[in-house]
Design a protein around this ligand. Structure first.
Ligand SMILES: C[S@@+](CC[C@H](N)C(=O)[O-])C[C@H]1O[C@@H](n2cnc3c(N)ncnc32)[C@H](O)[C@@H]1O
Length: 197
């Protein structure tokens, strides 16, 4: 698992468009959630947000977006992307495990942050995301599935997700999906989990 300085080094060197998780469009599972649940365009916290594309797309839709990443270089690149797109996002350098933000949100979206944490950080993550959500707020988590063979710092079975999250959240859906930009392509195999406080 990478520490803050390794993430920072990566974002310093790398063209964000070449990152394997780069998606210039709004994640299609998030988009489907917004439509299916008729989600109000209110406050959303995007965790491990860089390269900023998801925060920018959410802001274009009318959400009030706060986006954090542990890497300063990532946040700087994301700020430039928001400026280029003429949208406002509250970007902050922050660590989800020792998060400084005090306000609460209606939604938290995590696309690929939980699965890069060390296993011993998971309980803190859950405690923090729980306290950052408003009553009945949604946690939307996208992480690698145990079925994925090629990618993934950590991969999860639905039963492990239930083990970690069901003490604090109502799990509404666990969808087998992918991290691909193209919905028709089924790899890398991923879980998209819809949870409610
Ligand atoms: C796999 S990338 C996903 C990027 C982005 N969510 C996306 O979908 O394009 C994981 C991101 O989490 C960030 N990260 C890792 N550990 C973190 C932590 N403890 N707190 C906040 N961000 C973290 C990394 O810097 C990296 O940008």
């Amino acid at each position: 698992m990478k520490d803050a300085s390794s993430w920072d080094e990566l974002y310093k060197k790398q063209d964000i468009k070449k990152l394997p998780w780069f998606n210039p469009k709004l994640d299609f599972d998030l988009q489907e959630f917004i439509l299916k649940y008729n989600a109000e365009k209110s406050s959303i916290l995007n965790l491990g947000e860089s390269p900023g594309t998801q925060a920018v797309e959410l802001s274009k839709l009318g959400f009030k977006v706060t986006a954090i990443d542990i890497s300063r270089n990532a946040i700087e690149k994301a700020r430039k992307l928001a400026k280029k797109n003429k949208v406002i996002v509250d970007f902050r350098i922050d660590n989800v495990i020792n998060i400084k933000i005090k306000k609460k949100f209606d939604y938290i979206f995590d696309r690929g942050c939980f699965h890069v944490l060390n296993p011993n950080e998971r309980e803190r993550y859950i405690k923090n995301v729980y306290s950052l959500l408003n009553k009945k707020g949604y946690l939307l988590l996208k992480c690698f599935s145990y079925k994925e063979k090629d990618y993934g710092p950590s991969r999860f079975r639905p039963s492990e997700i239930e083990f970690y999250f069901s003490r604090k959240f109502r799990i509404l859906d666990i969808i087998e999906t992918s991290f691909n930009v193209d919905k028709k392509k089924k790899h890398p195999i991923t879980l998209f989990i819809i949870m409610r406080k």
